[in-house]
Write a protein that binds this ligand. Structure first.
Ligand SMILES: Cc1cc2nc3c(=O)[nH]c(=O)nc-3n(C[C@H](O)[C@H](O)[C@H](O)COP(=O)(O)OP(=O)(O)OC[C@H]3O[C@@H](n4cnc5c(N)ncnc54)[C@H](O)[C@@H]3O)c2cc1C
Length: 396
């Protein structure tokens, strides 16, 4: 354990954005209020609980960089708590990496597309939604305007619309659409941020056995997290090939985005050499580097206010994606599961709104493991006892 003064940094440098002037009443600025309103950053919460520097540096910071794709001072403490709870605490045995045993497009997207088309749906690729067509008399949305690659626009009639385009996609739409910009809930989306992510794949002249099929890359860049996956061990496709195939993803990769592909590949190889000595003699024979600028949700302190709910003031426009808030389901944080759940929920809202169609059945997450359920119950009782004396054990 390090000394308290080292483990806790001052309020001045923990990195949370300051409360905005209109929020900064004495009562709201208490830690608990800032936690509940999403203003408190994860780093400050760790410090308030006296988390040791070693636990912070070697476990919590790397875990947040790969779980919510940003360092703790840039993550809302509330989002951190719900994500850790969803990913690890409630079902510890499920905290693992799973890889699709084959191509995602063949095994997941193609069957989904076939199902939609089999039910009479049409999928229009190669164009971007650019605006909504609103009936001037009723104020209801009656169509979606989409722009093709050649710049031509087509209006598709619609009884209801679901936006599932991520934060950055939505911001581009709002920026170009006076119809959307006129509504406060859409203007607030402009305060949100997307995070940079990079995905790399390296082919080596030989296979390298690693201690674990996947692992977290920590401490190589101050604010960038990473993971590597040994695809020879994880995917059937590469199980019996002679060359080594490694995928490495980098989250909050802002600092790396400007480097050339060659520099990034060299960096990944150098990092692997440090983690697994077997890579020292291996030579890179092929590589791929993909950059995703502002592509994933940033659950930063203060973002709760800007995140939309699933329904909007249009009445027949709905929102889906891992970034929408107030979703009554156990899937939390930056996750495909949450994106999927919000998609089904939005579809059910459309079914309800139009009064036709069969709602999708939503499966909830499994109940808490018994020791977590017991801990929660005990904590609830302790809290209610303490509140009788006007105290709270959170120390916030
Ligand atoms: C490298 C990486 C690794 C990840 N690993 C995991 C993991 O292991 N487990 C996990 O659960 N999650 C993981 N995630 C997160 C997961 O991918 C996201 O949570 C999920 O994709 C969010 O889904 P979404 O539908 O909200 O948004 P997105 O998947 O971002 O989809 C939005 C789509 O809308 C499109 N679009 C944007 N604008 C328009 C427009 N105007 N018109 C039409 N289309 C538009 C975009 O092109 C995009 O295809 C990972 C993400 C990355 C980048």
């Amino acid at each position: 354990m390090v000394s308290e003064s080292r483990a806790r940094c001052s309020q001045a440098n923990h990195g949370c954005p300051p409360c905005s002037a209109n929020l900064c009443t004495p009562s709201l600025c208490s830690g608990l209020s800032r936690l509940l309103t999403g203003q408190l950053c994860a780093k400050e919460l760790f410090q308030r609980y006296g988390v040791s520097q070693r636990l912070y540096d070697e476990f919590l910071k790397p875990l947040l960089l790969v779980g919510l794709f940003a360092p703790p001072e840039q993550i809302s403490a509330a989002s951190m708590l719900e994500t850790f709870y969803f990913y690890t605490l409630a079902h510890q045995a499920d905290f693992d990496v799973c890889w699709c045993k084959g191509s995602v497009s063949e095994l997941i997207f193609k069957p989904l597309v076939d199902l939609i088309q089999g039910l009479g749906g049409r999928i229009q690729g190669g164009r971007l939604a650019s605006d909504l067509d609103v009936n001037p008399e009723t104020g209801r949305v009656q169509g979606v305007i989409a722009r093709s690659r050649d710049g031509s626009e087509t209006t598709y009639p619609a009884d209801a619309v679901i936006f599932a385009v991520g934060i950055t996609g939505m911001q581009k739409l709002i920026g170009a659409s006076p119809t959307l910009a006129a509504r406060p809930e859409f203007r607030r989306i402009m305060t949100l941020q997307g995070l940079d992510v990079m995905a790399t794949r390296l082919w080596f002249d030989r296979r390298v056995e690693t201690r674990f099929p996947s692992n977290v890359l920590s401490g190589f860049e101050e604010t960038t997290g990473g993971t590597f996956f040994n695809l020879n061990q994880l995917q059937d496709e590469y199980k019996d090939v002679a060359e080594g195939v490694i995928a490495a993803d980098f989250y909050h990769s802002n600092e790396l985005m400007a480097l050339s592909d060659e520099e990034i590949v060299q960096k990944v190889h150098d990092t692997l050499k440090i983690c697994e000595p077997g890579f020292r003699d291996a030579k890179v024979v092929d590589s791929a580097v993909l950059r995703f600028s502002k592509a994933v949700t940033h659950f930063n302190p203060g973002s709760l206010q800007g995140r939309p709910r699933q329904w909007t003031s249009f009445g027949n426009v709905f929102m889906a994606g891992d970034w929408v808030k107030d979703v009554n389901h156990g899937a939390k944080g930056l996750s495909q599961e949450r994106a999927f759940v919000t998609g089904l929920t939005a579809a059910n809202l459309v079914v309800k709104h139009l009064g036709c169609g069969e709602p999708a059945k939503l499966l909830d997450t499994e109940p808490d493991e018994p020791h977590i359920a017991l801990g929660k119950e005990l904590n609830k009782r302790l809290q209610s006892t303490l509140s009788l004396f006007g105290a709270n054990s959170l120390g916030l």
